[in-house]
Design a protein around this ligand. Structure first.
Ligand SMILES: Nc1ncnc2c1ncn2[C@@H]1O[C@H](COP(=O)(O)OP(=O)(O)OP(=O)(O)O)[C@@H](O)[C@H]1O
Length: 243
C-alpha cells in the first residue's frame, strides 16, 4: 500500500478551556482528494492551520512525506501549499507581481513561464496587471489558488477554495484540481460548505463535529450510515444536533 502523504494522529488544539480540535486522526494518500466537512466552528480551519504550522497543536502529531512537522518544518513546507480567504498578500502589488514574489520566496526557476502558465490556467489574463487591493473577492480567490499551484506542491490544503467564485469559474477550478491530481498525483485536503461539490470532488470525506470526527468514508457510505439520501441531509442532521 502507498505510504500516506499526510498522517495525522490524535491531533488536538485547546484554546484555554475550549477544545477546538479533539484527538483527530486521519491519512491522505498520494493523489487522494480528502474533503473536510463540518458545521461552522467544527474545527476545520484550525486543523488546516496546524497542518501548515501556523497554529501549534496542544497534542498529537503531524507527519508529511514520512517526516514529523514538528522537527522538519522547513523541508515539509517547501512541498506544501495552501489557499484560503485568510491569506493576505501585499495589497499595493499587481496580481502578477505577487506571483513573482511567491515564486522568488520558494526559490523557483523559470518564473516567467510558470507565472504565464498559471495565469492562463486560471483565466486571470483580464486582471493580471490589476493592483491586488482592487480585486473582487472571486478574483482574490483565484490569485490565492494561483499562488498555491505556482509552487507545484505535492499536497494542497484548500480552505473553501470555491466559496466566492461564480459557478462557471468554480466548475473550471474543480476540473483543474481533478486534472492536477490525475496528471501529477497531487494530493488535496479541502473544506467546503457546498455538499454537491464535496460529493463530486472527494474520494473520501471526514465529518467533523465539535472538533471530533463523527463520520468517515465516501459520500455514499456516510449517507448510508446515517440512513439519509445524500450528504446534505446528513449535514443538516449533524449540524442541527450540534446546536
Ligand atoms: N485563536 C482562537 N482562540 C479561541 N478560539 C478559537 C481560536 N481560533 C478558533 N477558535 C474557535 O475554535 C472553534 C473552531 O474554529 P474553526 O475556525 O476551526 O472552525 P471551522 O470548522 O473552520 O468553522 P467555519 O466553517 O465557520 O469556518 C470555533 O469555536 C472558534 O471560535
Amino acid at each position: 500500500m502507498a505510504t500516506p502523504v499526510l498522517h495525522v494522529s490524535q491531533l488536538t488544539k485547546r484554546f484555554g478551556d475550549f477544545t477546538a480540535v479533539d484527538g483527530v486522526s486521519f491519512e491522505v494518500k498520494p493523489g487522494e482528494i480528502l474533503g473536510l466537512l463540518g458545521p461552522n466552528g467544527a474545527g476545520k480551519t484550525t486543523t488546516i492551520q496546524m497542518l501548515l504550522g501556523l497554529v501549534t497543536p496542544s497534542g498529537g502529531s503531524i507527519c508529511m512525506f514520512g517526516l514529523d512537522l514538528a522537527t522538519h518544518r522547513e523541508t515539509i513546507l517547501q512541498q506544501v501549499n495552501f489557499s484560503s480567504t485568510y491569506i493576505s498578500m501585499p495589497q499595493s502589488l499587481t496580481v502578477e507581481e505577487n506571483l513573482w514574489v511567491v515564486a522568488r520566496l520558494y526559490g523557483l526557476s523559470n518564473i516567467a513561464r510558470r507565472v504565464h502558465d498559471i495565469v492562463k490556467k486560471l483565466e486571470m489574463e483580464d486582471f493580471r496587471d490589476k493592483i491586488t487591493r482592487k480585486l473582487s473577492s472571486g478574483q482574490m480567490t483565484r490569485l490565492t489558488l494561483a499562488k498555491a499551484f505556482l509552487t507545484e506542491p505535492k499536497i494542497l490544503f484548500l480552505d473553501e477554495p470555491t466559496a466566492s467564485l461564480d459557478p462557471d469559474i468554480a466548475h473550471k477550478i474543480r476540473a483543474l484540481l481533478k486534472e492536477e491530481r490525475r496528471s501529477s498525483g497531487l494530493s488535496i485536503l479541502y473544506t467546503s460548505h457546498n455538499m454537491r461539490e464535496m460529493e463530486e470532488m472527494s474520494d473520501r470525506i471526514i465529518f467533523l463535529q465539535r472538533g471530533r470526527i463523527v463520520a468517515e468514508g465516501t459520500a455514499q457510505e456516510i449517507a448510508a450510515r446515517f440512513g439519509k439520501a445524500d450528504l446534505e441531509e446528513v449535514f443538516l442532521k449533524l449540524a442541527r444536533d450540534s446546536r
